[in-house]
Design a protein around this ligand. Structure first.
Ligand code: AP5
Ligand code: MG
Length: 214
C-alpha cells in the first residue's frame, strides 16, 4: 500500500504515519525527519535546508523531489510506504506521480488529517521530538515513559527549533497557500480519505484504518 499523509503542521501526520507503518509493515518516510537528521549530521543538504526550516518556510522543491524519488525506489519500498510531509506543493505531487509511475505503481491513498489552526499552536508547544529515530511525543497527550527520554531508542528528547509560536504561524500560512491545494489534487484522483484529527490519537488511527480498509 502506497499512501501519503496530508495535513497542517502539527495535525498528527508523524504520529499517525508511525502507526500506519507499524500496522501495515511498510517504511515511514518523513522528509522533515530526513532534513533534521541531515542538519544534525552537518551535511551539505542539512546546511541548505536549515535556513528555510528555521524560518518556517518550505525547502525548495529541487532539494526534495529527487531525494524522495530515490527513496521510494529502494528495496524496502516494494510493498509500499507511507510518506509524511511530502508532497507539499503541486510540483512535488506531480514529481511523485511520475516517480511512482516510473516504478509501475501509483499512490493508493492520500489521508488528510483535519485540525483547525487554533488547536495547532497548543499542540506544538507541548511537542517533544527524538532527533535520532523520529519518534514524537506530547507532554500532556502522549508523554514518554521517562520524562525527556525517547521510549524507542533512549535518546534525549528536544523541542524542535521551528515550534516557536511565531514560526508555527508562518508554517500555517505556508500550509494554507502551498499545501492545501493538494487536497483538491488528490480528490480529483479519487484517492482522498479525510479524517477528523481533533479526536484522541487512537480514534484518529481507527478512522484511518477504516478508510484504508486493508
Ligand atoms: P515536517 O517535519 O514535515 O513538519 P510539519 O509538516 O510542519 O508537521 P509536523 O511534523 O510539525 O507535525 P505532524 O503533522 O507530523 O504532527 P505530529 O504527529 O508531530 O517539516 C518541517 C519543515 O521541513 C517544513 O517546515 C519545511 O521547512 C521542511 N520540509 C519538510 N518536508 C518538506 C517538503 N516536502 N518540501 C519542502 N519543505 C519540506 O503531532 C504534533 C503534536 O501533537 C505532537 O506533540 C503529538 O504528540 C500531538 N498529537 C498528535 N495527534 C494528536 C491528537 N490526536 N490529539 C492530541 N495531540 C496529538
Ligand atoms: Mg511530523
Amino acid at each position: 500500500m502506497r499512501l501519503i499523509m496530508l495535513g497542517a503542521p502539527g495535525a498528527g501526520k508523524g504520529t499517525q504515519a508511525a502507526k500506519v507503518a507499524e500496522a501495515y509493515g511498510i517504511p515511514h518516510i518523513s522528509t522533515g525527519d530526513i532534513f533534521r537528521a541531515n542538519i544534525k549530521g552537518g551535511t551539505a543538504l542539512g546546511k541548505k535546508a536549515k535556513e528555510f526550516m528555521d524560518a518556517g518556510k518550505l525547502v525548495p522543491d529541487e532539494l526534495v523531489c529527487d531525494l524522495v524519488a530515490d527513496r521510494i525506489a529502494r528495496e524496502d519500498c516494494q510493498k509500499g510506504y507511507v510518506l509524511d510531509g511530502f508532497p507539499r506543493t503541486i510540483p512535488q505531487a506531480e514529481a511523485l506521480e511520475k516517480a511512482a509511475a516510473d516504478l509501475g505503481t501509483r499512490i493508493d491513498y492520500a489521508v488528510d488529517i483535519e485540525v483547525p489552526d487554533d488547536a495547532i499552536v497548543e499542540r506544538m508547544s507541548g511537542r517533544r521530538a527524538c532527533l535520532k529515530c523520529g519518534a514524537t511525543y506530547h507532554v500532556l497527550y502522549n508523554p514518554p515513559k521517562e520524562e525527556g527520554i525517547c521510549d524507542v531508542c533512549g535518546s534525549e528528547l528536544v523541542q524542535r527549533a521551528d515550534d516557536k509560536p511565531e514560526t508555527v504561524k508562518t508554517r500555517l500560512s505556508v500550509y494554507h497557500e502551498q499545501t492545501q491545494p493538494l487536497i483538491d489534487f488528490y480528490q480529483g484522483k479519487g484517492v482522498l480519505a479525510t479524517v477528523d484529527g481533533t479526536l484522541p490519537m487512537e480514534e484518529v488511527f481507527a478512522a484511518i484504518r477504516d478508510r484504508l480498509g486493508e
